[in-house]
Ligand binder design. Structure first.
Ligand SMILES: [Cu+2]
Length: 266
């Protein structure tokens, strides 16, 4: 009798204990993608740290250059760091009205994780233009991928609240593709030993910081502007640069032009 009651009590306590443990496993943080370079791009990002150590990434964005690949990365640092999304006002060092990747990198940090469509996701994997997500004919991009624990770099889950999501690839002359006529050659790619890549392919199109990031320092309109610009970082430039080396392969893919009113940058 007492034995039975004890075991019933034990079973009941076990059931109560198990419930909250399994239900609190996955944690999702969100970011709002805000345009860079007047791209008109907007979107949302959900990053879910899974119970098994994996990471699920869901991105919905629009306003991208139609039918073109868009390099997409989680930028930030395993050491925390103080990086946010750049702004033209603050980071356009040469004042030409276009934010290049070089100008932006000090603000948004190095490529932490390349959001490829399949295979590996290191900065080096970001080289493969064939594994970059491609916007549809209307400039919309839907990305959903679950990475296993071994694919997630050390420090990413721990610093999930202080990373930034960046999409690259703009079309300043509004001709539906990345071309040299718009902004010339990407000095960024060239410095990585890859000449012939249009600047348009490497310039940032959108950026989003994880909302509520940095312990009670919520992002303002999705754009973190609190960090000091870091001007003397050289290693991150090299790392981020790798992601664009194969973008030249994508150039020449024709696309539907005229998606929005555009300014001529030069
Ligand atoms: Cu990037």
């Amino acid at each position: 009798m007492t034995k039975l009651r004890n075991s019933l009590l034990l079973a009941a306590s076990a059931a109560l204990l198990c419930l909250p443990m399994s239900a609190s496993a996955d944690t999702t943080v969100k970011a709002k993608l805000v345009e860079q370079n007047d791209s008109g791009v907007s979107g949302t990002v959900n990053l879910t740290a899974l119970n098994n150590g994996g990471l699920k990434v869901v991105i919905h964005s629009q306003g991208l250059v139609p039918d073109q690949p868009h390099a997409q990365h989680i930028h930030g640092s395993a050491h925390g760091g103080h990086f946010g999304c750049p702004t033209l006002k603050k980071n356009d060092s040469d004042g030409d009205g276009v934010l290049t990747n070089e100008e932006a990198t000090g603000e948004y940090g190095t490529v932490f994780f390349a959001l490829t469509t399949k295979g590996g996701a290191t900065a080096k994997d970001g080289l493969d233009v064939a594994r970059m997500p491609v916007a549809d004919a209307k400039g919309r991009l839907t990305y959903e991928r679950t990475f296993s624990a071994d694919e997630v770099p050390e420090g990413l889950i721990e610093h999930l609240a202080s990373v930034h999501i960046v999409q690259h690839g703009i079309d300043v002359n509004d001709n539906g593709k990345y071309d040299m006529d718009a902004l010339g050659e990407s000095t960024f790619a060239k410095n990585q030993g890859k000449p012939g890549v249009p600047e348009e392919a490497t310039d940032p199109a959108s950026c989003g910081v994880v909302m509520g990031a940095g312990a009670g320092k919520p992002a303002r309109n999705g754009v973190e502007t609190g960090g000091e610009p870091v001007s003397d970082i050289k290693t991150p430039l090299a790392v981020a640069g790798g992601a664009f080396l194969l973008l030249s392969a994508a150039v020449g893919v024709s696309a539907v032009a005229g998606r929005r009113g555009q300014r001529a940058a030069r």
